[in-house]
Design a protein around this ligand. Sequence first.
Ligand SMILES: C[S@@+](CC[C@H](N)C(=O)[O-])C[C@H]1O[C@@H](n2cnc3c(N)ncnc32)[C@H](O)[C@@H]1O
Length: 215
Amino acid sequence: MLRSFLKSRSTSHDPFQQRWAYFQGNLSTIPAAISLVESVPEDKLRDVTFLERELIPSLGLNNENLWEQPAELSKFFGTGLHIFQYPNQFACYLVWLAEHGKDSQTYVEIGSRWGGTFIVTCEWLRRIGAPLQSAIAIDPIGETPMINLYGQHLTRQHIDYQFILASDACPDTTALWDALKTLEAATFTASEFTDQYPSVDGSFLGIGALKRNAV
Ligand SMILES: C[S@@+](CC[C@H](N)C(=O)[O-])C[C@H]1O[C@@H](n2cnc3c(N)ncnc32)[C@H](O)[C@@H]1O
């Protein structure tokens, strides 16, 4: 009791720890998100506009690095799953998965942060009928409360779940992605989702996907 009190006192001014505690208290967002993805009608699975403008914002967007984010989405910042990716990239990626990911048995996300895109992508794969058997989230910040709770959900669904605390091998996701793309070019085809918002000054974020080539 005393130890947890002292710990909370010593970390209460650390914004990162405060954020961790915030997520601990907002876990009801996960069952709500699962239901929302499950309820996407068949005729909306390839509807980029619906996914970009309705589904993804309503699942909740992140509120870190707001200078990278389009101001027109501000009412969704700091809500729900705190998805960090741009909705205009993530929507195209989900449609790409609906077209190319129906046979996916494994999903690995490098850079899962709070868990937003990891949770949505796993649920999306299940929604499109993929036989998901294994899901792995990787991030140097650790297994966040949302990822931990969602991992328990996956386990209950008999999907093998792992969180890997790593990044040291490559401190830069772009460098890692470029290396993977090049080294795996003979086996995997790479797709990239890097649309930007004209209202944002600069070029930020991005999603990459590798699909194993048919043998
Ligand atoms: C922009 S956030 C994406 C978060 C998440 N995909 C989402 O949209 O909700 C990028 C994440 O990548 C992580 N990261 C950076 N370098 C990494 C590396 N080499 N390996 C794994 N994760 C890394 C960061 O810690 C950060 O949490």
